[in-house]
Design a protein around this ligand. Structure first.
Ligand code: PLP
Length: 435
């Protein structure tokens, strides 16, 4: 920890001039002009809802126009025929996650994809348990418990939660220790949504497989900001949302990945869009799935909520995921450096709740404070859009494609001013409906 601190210390300086210097050296700086950053705001909530890009707006407008001018013919005659839209987006996204084009498809929503894939891969026989973690986003646990319940098993007993020592992080060693002979499946997040810890997916996959356990990941908090090697690591399945780092729009179509070694498995939640494409319109009542990730589609693709992804994926691919990761780590390291150096002592008392080691960090920083909820409100009043996660975390996600180092510097000045002027004390202690 201290080593990282001093390393960061030697890389950065506290002055505003230094923030400008970092921006002037930023090879991704021009991408900010490709996004609609809400006027007068510092938007660091792209880990919750990424911003609209000009490319996404263009792809949405094109699809709308195709609907207007082609009607139903858009399924085959649109520039990107809607019949193949999900597969085309899957092939683009595959490049971000180290997969082959047919292993990824844009479909459904995150939670529905959890149900679909976990039901496919969880085949309790001798082994009945699903290994999960209590720090993951709750929808994952709701879904796992309902899968187990549907099999007539006991969710309290058969969904096993890995204990965390401090409520922030999970030790990979503890996860491996829990991979017992009664575990059928492990389903874990790539990045913990609150602390921003990035799990070692490569190691966990290897250890699971050595013990005869299948493993899947919810990569909602990593795809688009962290490079993945799902094929190389041998991950069995994965899924992720598109509205965070992929900038696919609120509630946009999600993605799923199925490793090609599993293409022969029967999708648990079969539906007609999973049918072999060439024969789908034979409309046979006997299901024949497409032996690709596309086989796990259920319904007609939601073309309008998939359309932004064509533009946003194009933008990320053009920037390059390695360059995105490099800048993301530099932004988050800089934020950690400034908070440690300016705000960690009395009367500020901010604390970093994210791993300091770069390889254990996703795209956001968890800034802890006992008044985090009201400070988060005070930040919003100062037009800094971050979010609050109970009990004490302000999540700050400086996004490589549209945030600047100077914005990071300014956020720290805002936090300092809020405490200096006790601005947070003006806000109610009750949490808003959406935080
Ligand atoms: C890890 C993770 N999974 C799932 C979800 C939400 O699922 P859905 O897209 O089905 O609403 C979130 C929401 O932020 C999340 O952080």
């Amino acid at each position: 920890m201290e080593g990282e601190k001093s390393m960061a210390g030697s890389m950065f300086e506290k002055s505003e001039a230094f923030a400008f210097k970092l921006d002037s050296e930023d090879p991704l700086a021009e991408y900010r002009h490709g996004f609609y950053v809400p006027k007068g705001t510092i938007y660091v909530d792209g880990n919750s809802l990424g911003l609209l890009s000009k490319e996404s707006k263009a792809s949405v407008l094109r699809v709308l126009n195709e609907w207007k001018t082609l009607g139903i013919r858009g399924w085959l005659d649109a520039k990107q025929p809607w019949f193949y839209f999900a597969e085309a987006l899957g092939a683009m996204c595959a490049k971000l996650v180290g997969a082959e084009p047919e292993e990824v498809v844009a479909t459904g929503t995150t939670t529905v994809n959890i149900h679909s894939l976990v039901n496919t891969f969880y085949q309790p026989d001798g082994r009945k348990k699903i290994l999960a973690d209590p720090l993951t986003f709750p929808t994952d646990i709701y879904a796992l418990r309902s899968v187990v319940r549907l099999r007539g098993l006991d969710p309290g007993r058969d969904v096993v939660l890995i204990p965390s020592k401090d409520g922030r992080f999970l030790e990979e060693d503890s996860i491996v220790d829990m991979m017992g002979e009664d575990v059928a499946l492990a389903f874990l997040p790539s990045v913990l949504y609150r602390s921003g810890q990035l799990l070692d997916m490569k190691r966990l996959t290897k250890e699971a497989h050595r013990r005869g356990i299948l493993i899947g990941f919810d990569c909602s908090h990593s795809v688009g900001v962290v490079p993945h090697q799902l094929d190389k690591w041998g991950v069995d399945f994965a899924l992720w949302c598109s509205y965070k780092y992929l900038n696919g729009g609120p509630g946009g179509t999600a993605f799923l990945y199925v490793n090609k070694k599993h293409f022969d498995r029967e999708p648990a939640l079969a539906g007609w869009f999973g049918y072999v494409k060439e024969k789908q319109f034979d409309l046979s009542i006997d299901f024949e799935h497409s032996k690709s990730a596309g086989g796990w589609q259920i319904s007609s693709p939601a073309i309008l909520s998939s359309a932004p992804l064509e533009g946003s994926l194009k933008t990320i691919l053009k920037a390059g995921i390695e360059a995105v990761r490099e800048k993301s780590l530099k932004l988050t390291s800089y934020l950690i450096y400034l908070i440690d150096g300016i705000l960690s002592e009395k009367p500020y008392n901010f604390h970093i709740g994210t791993p300091r080691e770069a390889e254990r960090r996703g795209g956001h920083v968890a800034v802890e404070h006992e008044e985090s909820m009201r400070i988060s409100e005070a930040l919003r009043a100062r037009h800094v859009i971050s979010d609050f996660r109970p009990p004490n975390v302000i999540r700050i996600a400086p996004i490589p494609l549209y945030n600047t180092y100077h914005e990071v510097w300014r956020i720290v000045q805002h936090l300092k001013a809020i405490i200096d002027k006790k601005e947070h004390e003006k806000f109610p202690k009750e949490r808003k409906k959406v935080s």
